[in-house]
Design a protein around this ligand. Structure first.
Ligand code: PLP
Length: 477
């Protein structure tokens, strides 16, 4: 019997379970032609249900978000921007994309927006190129009095050479920044003359005066704020003043915390959209949408950002953009704001339990959705060992370098934990004590099988996609 038939035979009211029915039908259908793929999709749900997801960059998107991606919008080419495309027949994706843009502008109170970037990395690449086009290329265009396409090879080569001299100043990877903020093995470290700032060795926080001094030395064209594994709020008014003092464009990469901005946890000086020239983001972390990217900007950069294609991409993924629109609608709700506040409350509570257990928490706590634990000084384990041990106990985290980490980025001395996914499941501050206990027991050498059983008991109280009955859908093992 198919999964769908079994579900419908169980006497449910179909109108109340359209999401479940759609998912079960699609799985049954995929299985008919591609059983190996159906098996992996099914197994992923089993695994996600059986484990505790503490990856700071992951979440559980709604089935509505997921279903908005799985349809024929995927087949449409739409290079260009809404209502100005290089392909015919774009009227429906024009509607989808322009609606997604309007929602994003409303959600973040932004002047301009593009939802075309396929990912956070692509958003940063497109944003950098658009900024360089504005601050370097346009002045050359004015100086020579002709557009790029009419320049001789030699003239264009001088523009290109100026591009390669552009300087960027971003947070170093080892102190919490991202690969795209100037890491040498990334386009950002190859495209730019890249410099990095770190955290203060004592407080493990950004030292704004030290950053100001460094910015004056480097004179960056772009100052990048934002992070992947930094657990404190950033004061974007100070970042703005530093950028202004050195004449830099301020780019904030809010990939990790855009859900906290949308959910009105980060307001006033902590709201990057109010202060930055350009703000990039992913749409799938705290924001809880489909995997993807977006860019918000002030009017000055609007023209440049209309050129994500051809600057950095070809055709936008309109089916993913449809899912971004659904996620933005969800993020405009009161429930989303409550969820965003609870993410931080949960992270703070988790950090407090670790501190009570004598575990060293980097910066002494957290003000956002993530925390970094020094597992080497607390348990004598490298981050890699801790990650593996936790995995065996059904707890999914990632190893992470800590400031001044002597064990490098492969072994590391730390792990990073995040609360977005477990908050989506509705876990609250009471459950954080259980979560902290599981982790401490595990890292102190507790029996992985026993901890895993406890983890599964906790997870059973907070089912994922609870309409989808596990017994009917999947075989657990
Ligand atoms: N920027 C930051 C700060 C990130 O943490 C990440 C992903 O982890 C990215 C950009 C890249 O996002 P994606 O994986 O969608 O390319």
């Amino acid at each position: 019997m198919t999964r769908l038939k079994e579900f419908l035979d169980s006497g449910v009211n179909p109108d109340e379970h359209l999401d479940t029915i759609a998912m079960l039908a699609s799985l049954d259908y995929i299985e008919k032609g591609s059983p190996r793929i159906a098996k992996s999709i099914e197994q992923e749900l089993v695994d996600q249900r059986n484990s505790l997801k503490l990856i700071a960059s992951e979440n559980y998107s709604s089935l509505r978000v997921q279903l908005a991606m799985g349809n024929w919008l995927t087949d449409k080419y739409a290079e260009g921007i809404p209502f100005q495309r290089y392909y015919a027949g774009c009227q429906n994706v024009d509607e989808v994309e322009s609606y997604a843009q309007e929602l994003a502008k409303k959600l973040f109170n932004a002047e301009s927006c593009t939802v075309q970037p396929h990912s956070g990395c692509d958003a940063n690449l497109a944003a950098y190129l658009a900024i360089l086009a504005e601050v370097i290329e346009n002045s050359k265009v004015k100086e020579l009095g002709k557009p790029l396409m009419q320049m001789s090879h030699k003239e264009y080569e001088s523009v290109r050479q100026d591009f390669t001299k552009a300087r960027i100043l971003g947070m170093s990877l080892k102190d919490g920044g991202h690969l795209t903020h100037g890491f040498r093995n990334n386009f950002s470290g190859k495209l730019f003359d890249a410099y990095t700032y770190g955290v203060d060795p004592v407080t493990e926080r950004i030292h704004y005066d030290a950053l100001r001094t460094l910015a004056k030395e480097v004179q960056p064209h772009i100052l990048v704020a934002g992070y992947s594994s930094y657990s404190r709020k950033v004061d974007f008014s100070v970042m703005r003043s530093i950028a202004d003092e050195v004449g830099a464009v301020l780019l904030v990469d809010m990939a990790h915390f855009s859900g906290l901005v949308a959910g009105k946890v980060f307001e006033e000086v902590y709201d990057p959209v109010a202060y930055a020239d350009v703000v990039t983001s992913t749409t799938h972390k705290t924001l809880r949408g489909p995997r993807g990217g977006m860019i918000l900007s002030k009017k000055r950069f609007e023209e440049g950002l209309k050129r994500v294609c051809p600057l950095a991409q070809g055709g936008p993924l309109e089916h993913v953009i449809a899912a971004k629109a659904v996620a933005f609608e969800e993020a405009l709700s009161k429930e989303f704001q409550q969820y965003a506040h609870r993410i931080v409350e949960n992270a703070e509570t988790l950090a407090r339990h670790f501190l009570d257990e004598g575990v060293r928490v980097i910066t002494g706590g957290t003000e956002n959705h993530l925390l970094v634990l020094d597992v080497f000084s607390s348990f004598g384990l490298t981050g890699k060992e801790a990650e593996e041990r936790l995995y065996k106990s059904g707890i999914i985290v990632n190893k992470n370098a800590i400031p001044n980490d002597s064990r490098g980025v492969v072994q590391t001395s730390g792990i990073r934990l995040g609360t977005p996914a477990i908050t989506t499941l509705n876990m609250g501050v009471q459950e954080m004590l259980e979560v902290a206990n599981f982790i401490v027991r595990c890292l102190k050498g507790g029996d992985p099988a026993k901890i895993k059983a406890d983890v599964q008991r906790l997870k059973a109280r907070y089912p994922l996609y609870k309409g989808i009955s596990l017994g009917k859908l999947c075989h657990t093992n």
